[in-house]
Design a protein around this ligand. Structure first.
Ligand SMILES: C[S@@+](CC[C@H](N)C(=O)[O-])C[C@H]1O[C@@H](n2cnc3c(N)ncnc32)[C@H](O)[C@@H]1O
Length: 264
């Protein structure tokens, strides 16, 4: 096992950037990260808790378990090398499966053939491209962020990715009521959502609260990233809708699949 390891307490180390980039920046670790010695050594360690399932709300339905099984099976054969080879150096994250979630996302799109996919958190564009790979011809991925993709040094996105109109980036904060209302029709149309925003303990509960108030003609599937993050634990546990922890077939920091049912 490698000698140096990172100990990461969650999203408040440096909001707005994903852990592996935040941790690369010196002096951003929380005091608790220095005071608590993790009982496991690895390249990157995150603190989390496990909690009982018999008393949690939102037990998964049979339909949800079947989709999860089928998606995991399909992820086994998904090839994301057209995306991972865009990473100029370092680990090719999309090929790391299980461990990273990119192949699971592509598999879900392959299975569900959604007309509209919504993503929160464009950042490098890796997940946006994974979501686009098996999109039907008439489908689109709309990815939200606060920062334009071409201002992100680590981006793997290229201008031509947006040219066919099947990948669109929208800048704005869906936790803000006016912006959320502006985007309501799009959110109602989405049948797959991948939510990989700030995980700051505020954004995700606020977005969830607003989403479930929207009317829906058909059910949608929502993938929540980083559900094992300390800021996400209670939020994820308390969701009363059918849900399943798919971490072993997704992202090691926690991948949750939730059913957002139709609502007349
Ligand atoms: C973990 S990264 C997303 C990683 C991305 N899915 C990828 O594959 O590279 C989180 C992203 O969420 C963005 N973000 C933070 N707060 C946000 C908000 N309120 N609305 C939309 N995006 C937000 C950050 O700017 C950052 O780019």
């Amino acid at each position: 096992m490698p000698a140096p390891h990172w100990f990461d307490d969650g999203a408040d180390l440096r909001p707005g950037l994903p852990t592996r980039f935040r941790l690369g920046m010196q002096g951003k670790m929380k005091i608790s990260a220095l005071a608590i010695r993790p009982p496991v050594r690895a390249r990157h360690v995150k603190r989390t808790y496990v909690s009982s399932l018999d008393d949690r709300p939102g037990a998964p339905t049979r339909e949800l378990v079947l989709l999860a099984l089928e998606a995991a099976r399909r992820a086994l054969d998904v090839d994301l090398t057209p995306i991972s080879t865009r990473i100029p150096m370092g680990p090719r994250w999309p090929d790391l499966w299980p461990g990273e979630h990119y192949r699971l996302l592509a598999a879900l799109v392959d299975l569900l053939q959604p007309g509209t996919v919504v993503e929160v958190g464009t950042f490098t564009g890796l997940s946006a491209l994974a979501l686009k790979q098996h999109l039907p011809a008439e489908g689109r991925v709309v990815t939200f962020d606060l920062i334009a993709w071409d201002r992100i040094p680590e981006t793997v996105l290229r201008a031509e990715d947006f040219r066919d109109g099947r990948l669109v980036q929208v800048l704005g904060n869906l936790a803000e009521p006016a912006f959320f209302n502006q985007q309501a029709a799009l959110l109602e149309a989405a049948t797959l959502l991948f939510l990989d925003g700030p995980k700051d303990g505020r954004f995700e509960p606020e977005l969830y609260r607003r989403l479930v108030e929207l009317p829906r003609r058909s059910p949608a599937w929502v993938v929540w990233d980083d559900i094992l993050d300390l800021h996400m634990l209670q939020f994820w546990r308390d969701i009363p809708l059918p849900k399943l922890d798919l971490t072993s077939f997704g992202h090691w920091t926690g991948t949750g699949l939730m059913l957002w049912p139709a609502k007349p």
